[in-house]
Design a protein around this ligand. Structure first.
Ligand code: NDP
Length: 286
């Protein structure tokens, strides 16, 4: 069914969201702080609004996708009681605490609040690999799931509005860890005249092979049983000195390895030397 939806924020992501909604045949209104950015979407049939209030009034559902939740708060403050009876869907990256506070505000105004974490880059929106984590008002989520499906997969993770953010931040944490590692690998290779392009193949293959260990690590974390026959903390602790020494000898930054060394040292000091790397989760948990 055709849904009236307003998209607030037409940056790279907001534009992709609005485009996908239009592609699915929905009735789309758009608003952006810098009004000129509504032009290309308006040319393709979206209705440009001059203010957030006008945009919210024109649709049943309002999707927000701004730089940060401070911008969302500013807009909510202007909207006040005009959101009563509306569904607000915040797909801006933020913290669980921010999502819970925004939800409390929206609910107090008589609006339904759904928070979301987008697991895609703009180019993936509407494609087979994109999906969004949703949490908050489950009734609103179910009612508008066909609308959300225009963006990609829809994964509802709970009625606590902070849970989409928790899932989003957790997955991105894994991603950042990978990118930090990959950047270090390229820097080391480059310091010895090896092109990143020559390392890319074996590096992705290796990371892919290591990813197969994630389910076993999850089992260890959930059971608290970290004993391993793969590779224990003592042997990793010994190997890590080779990384610090090699990077230092080439004038490369060693902060990443010092941090890892400190985590391994703490786990070993607590008597976990025979355990696998999954034990680091207890060092992170203060
Ligand atoms: P952009 O920088 O492309 O767009 C930012 C948008 O926020 C613009 O529309 C900008 O308006 C608006 N904005 C910023 N501050 C304010 C404010 N104070 N009041 C009103 N509007 C404001 O960012 P993206 O579109 O890439 O990202 C948007 C959100 O989506 C972020 O939270 C990001 O983390 C998340 N996201 C992005 C992904 C990506 O790959 N790009 C992936 C997953 C999530 P103006 O045009 O006037 O500057």
């Amino acid at each position: 069914a055709r849904v009236s939806v307003s998209v607030l924020g037409l940056g790279l992501m907001g534009t992709a969201l609005a485009t996908a909604f239009m592609g699915a045949g929905h009735d789309v209104t758009v608003w952006n702080r810098t009004h000129a950015r509504t032009g290309p979407l308006a040319a393709r049939g979206a209705r440009p609004a001059l203010t957030p209030s006008e945009a919210v009034a024109l649709s049943d559902v309002t999707v927000l996708c701004l730089t940060h939740n401070a911008a969302v708060e500013d807009i909510f403050a202007v909207l006040g009681g005009q959101v009563t009876g509306k569904t607000l869907v915040n797909l801006t990256n933020g913290t669980p605490e921010q999502a819970r506070a925004l939800s409390r505000w929206a609910t107090a105004q008589g609006a339904r609040y759904v928070d979301g974490g987008i697991m895609a880059v703009p180019q993936m929106i509407g494609g087979p690999h994109a999906y969004v984590f949703y949490s908050g008002d489950e009734e609103a989520f179910r009612a508008y799931r066909p609308l959300f499906a225009a963006l990609g997969g829809t994964r509802f993770v709970g009625t606590d509005p902070g849970l989409a953010s928790v899932h989003d931040l957790a997955l991105l944490t894994g991603m950042y860890g990978m990118f930090v590692g990959v950047s270090h690998a390229f820097a080391l290779a480059r310091s010895e005249g090896i092109a990143a392009g020559d390392l890319a193949g074996p590096l992705s293959e290796w990371i892919g092979a290591m990813l197969l260990g994630v389910p076993a690590d999850a089992e260890a974390v959930d059971s608290g049983e970290h004993r391993t026959d793969v590779s224990n903390l003592l042997v990793n602790q010994a190997a890590l000195t080779n990384f610090t020494a090699t990077y230092r000898a080439r004038g490369l930054d060693t902060a990443f390895f010092e941090q890892l060394q400190s985590m391994l040292d703490r786990a070993v000091d607590r008597g976990h030397g025979a355990d696998g790397l999954s034990r680091l989760v207890d060092v992170i948990t203060k």
